[in-house]
Design a binder for this molecule. Structure first.
Ligand code: FE2
Ligand code: FE2
Length: 448
């Protein structure tokens, strides 16, 4: 576009914003785009709500939180937050927030940063409806606000509360209803979703259904409780799994050194005297397994996490914590001699192992186990095997392991789903394992 034409176009666009509908139509007609003004009017009167899901809070942390919700048309979402329930002195943060704000027709992601640790905040969500034709043909058609004021609390060494763990729900609605009902009753400070949320996810639409509309009885399951999401092997499967961070935000890059930028799921956060550490065990098959077509790089991923772990265990966050609890999906120990250890090259099978996928992750145990010993990790909470189990520490392994339950709904079987809860009581870490199918406690473990 020439300079003169560009100036004319700019003037027309600026005028159009302030013009009446009639004059805007005239201007637009002069630009040959009268039908676009008609589209604007249609958008203004669109009866469909712009905000179509409750928010989920991602990446529980000391000074930040991610807020994600679904929108039905081009919008720039925002969050207003305040330290008062009346929303006085609230601050509005838009999607993107720097340079180009985000405009998207499916999702709004807003990351709140610079928060105070161990502090309660109130917030509400909104979205500006955006008409978009082209680089100069844009209009902000105004805000739609969800009037509901919700709250959340940041983590930190001064924050006391309960962590909950759910795992291996595999998008089974009956299981999710039981699990999320229990989580709601406990009302934890953070909810660790320890993997296998899905089986395989091919599309963004399907992923939105599974995470933003997880169950009709629980639309607000993570609207006031920030999630700590830990990948399971199944969460790495499917075309959209490669883009899952477009729905489930990666953690704030400010949390980690630049060389670890790609480790968007690893976390180290304090909940009072507990250091919560998140690791990703990756797939349950080797990168060399022909089934994976040479498009997985879990070996390098696990090694990078090892370097990250070796640094964070020297941080004050970990060193000053009385208790250190690690969360990862695939177990790091299994006493059964025929349990596939996940390192049977090249294709995960060998005589004596009935299953051709990892029951536990010997590679990760060898990489991370010595660092857990060095850091004084007391407990590793895992999942994947669909059977609750407790492995007490041994002479060669100073940490205990809890394996969370499964997604079975048959009371005659042992793959019942669990919700694990942990908190400090009288200076001790108390971890309770709830069988949410049979509604009873199946384990209680105390760490002094
Ligand atoms: Fe599973
Ligand atoms: Fe799994």
């Amino acid at each position: 576009m020439s300079g003169v034409n560009r100036r004319d176009f700019l003037r027309s666009s600026v005028c159009a914003v302030a013009a009446t509908a009639a004059s805007a139509n005239a201007l637009a007609a002069a630009n040959g785009s009268s039908e676009k003004v008609g589209d604007v009017e249609a958008l203004k009167s669109d009866p469909k709500s712009l905000i179509v899901s409750s928010p989920i809070l991602m990446n529980a942390a000391e000074t930040s939180v991610g807020v994600t919700f679904e929108v039905s048309a081009d919008a720039s979402g925002w969050v207003e937050y305040s330290t008062s329930p009346d929303m006085s002195n609230s601050v509005r943060v838009f999607s993107g927030g720097l340079g180009l704000m985000t405009v998207d027709d499916r999702l709004a992601h807003v990351r709140l940063t610079g928060l105070k640790s161990a502090t309660k905040y109130w917030y509400r969500i909104g979205a500006d409806r955006i008409y978009y034709k082209d680089g100069y043909g844009m209009k902000n058609l105004g805000s739609e606000i969800d009037p509901k004021i919700r709250s959340f609390s940041t983590l930190g060494a001064d924050k006391n509360g309960v962590f909950c763990v759910m795992n291996d729900t595999h998008d089974r609605k009956g299981v999710l209803d039981l699990v999320l009902s229990k989580v709601k009753a406990i009302n934890p400070a953070t909810l660790v979703w320890n993997g296998d949320a899905i089986n395989s996810v091919e599309t963004k639409d399907r992923a939105i259904e599974m995470f933003l509309h997880v169950h009709e009885n629980h639309p607000e399951y993570a609207s006031q409780t920030p999630l700590l999401f830990v990948n399971g092997n199944h969460d790495t499967r499917g075309r959209f799994a490669r883009k899952l961070n477009e729905l489930l935000m990666f953690r704030d890059p400010a949390e980690r050194d630049g060389e670890f930028y790609d480790l968007g799921r690893n976390f180290v956060q304090r909940l009072g005297d507990i250091a919560l550490i998140g690791m990703d065990t990756g797939e349950d098959k080797l990168d060399t397994n022909p089934l994976f077509a040479g498009i997985y790089q879990m070996k390098a991923y696990r090694e990078m996490q090892t370097r990250w772990l070796s640094k964070i265990i020297e941080s004050p966050t970990v060193k000053t914590a009385k208790f250190k609890v690690v969360f990862c999906h695939i177990p790091l120990f299994d006493a059964r001699p025929n349990a596939n250890p996940g390192d049977l090259a090249p294709a995960d099978s060998a005589p004596g192992y009935p299953k051709n996928w990892a029951a536990w992750q010997r590679t990760c145990a060898n990489l991370w186990g010595p660092l857990f010993e060095k850091a004084g990790v007391q407990l590793v909470i895992t999942a994947h095997q669909h059977r609750f189990r407790y492995d007490a520490p041994t002479a060669n392994r100073s940490w205990a392991q809890i394996v969370g339950g499964g997604c079975g709904l048959d009371k005659n079987r042992s793959d019942y789903p669990t919700v694990i809860e942990g908190s400090i009581k009288n200076g001790k870490l108390v971890v309770v394992v709830n069988d949410v199918l049979n509604k009873k406690v199946v384990g209680e473990f105390v760490f002094a």
